[in-house]
Design a protein around this ligand. Structure first.
Ligand SMILES: [Zn+2]
Length: 252
């Protein structure tokens, strides 16, 4: 009998012990989720994420073949990380199902910020002054994850822009609001005090525009400031909502 080819044997061993591509992709996504919330999450394995207080939450609901609509209404944590959020200005309008960030696992955000229907999210709200030199309105936002401080930093950076750009950012059309998203019925990031809407005069929202093709008037200079502080923009969604920003550092 011939001795086995050592290179072939090594290749066989590597193939048998390497995690599948899907497993390593899922693991990289969960790494990003854990890194994005260092005060709250302590780690993950293939099946669970672990919270710093010892709670564990399943990463999957065992339904990998869900439709887009099912993921909007019943997102697992892996669904939440499914769609990549594009870096930088958009080279072209998003496709109809390019909605990075709209899959949200409600149990995850309820635990993180509190369920407003039980009065929990309200306990974390603080008041910030938005654009004190240009507008100065008071907004209620959550202090969880340092979001109030991050929005103060966003406000300071926007104040440094020329007036022709600043005008898109005030008056704010709202922050905390214990409500659901119109088309999905799931809790909005506004229900956690982790989202802000800018000047409604310059905003475009797919539902108001009778599902018209993508349209945006918000300058990227403003978007870039929010993204730098951990907020994603609703203007990068096929179901566009261009005045909307929410704190989702796991996607940035
Ligand atoms: Zn909004």
């Amino acid at each position: 009998m011939r001795a086995p080819n050592p290179i072939l044997a090594l290749l066989m061993l590597a193939w048998m012990t390497a995690p599948s591509l899907a497993q390593s992709n899922a693991s990289a996504k969960l790494d990003r989720l854990v890194r994005a919330y260092p005060g709250q999450l302590s780690g993950h394995d293939a099946n669970f994420i672990f919270w710093s207080d010892g709670t564990k939450m399943p990463v999957s609901d065992g339904k990998p073949e869900k439709s887009f609509e099912e993921r909007l209404r019943h997102a697992s944590l892996l669904d939440q990380m499914l769609l990549p959020y594009p870096k930088g200005p958009l080279p072209k309008p998003p496709g109809p199902e390019d909605d990075p960030g709209r899959f949200r696992n409600e149990a995850f955000f309820d635990k993180m910020y509190g369920n407003c229907t039980k009065g929990e999210a309200q306990k974390h709200l603080v008041t910030i002054t938005w654009l004190p030199h240009s507008w100065g309105g008071h907004l209620k936002v959550t202090s969880v994850n340092g979001i109030a401080d991050k929005l103060r930093a966003v406000s300071t950076a926007i104040e440094a822009l020329p007036a022709s750009l600043r005008r898109f950012a005030f008056p704010s059309a709202g922050t905390f609001n214990c409500r659901t998203v119109k088309d999905t019925g799931r809790r909005s990031m506004h229900a956690y005090g982790a989202a802000i809407d800018l000047n409604v005069t310059f905003s475009d929202y797919w539902l108001w525009r009778q599902r018209a093709p993508y349209h945006n008037r918000i300058p990227y200079e403003i978007v870039e400031i929010f993204e730098r502080h951990g907020f994603i923009w609703g203007g990068k969604w096929g179901h566009y909502d261009t005045m909307h920003f929410e704190y989702r550092p796991e996607l940035l």
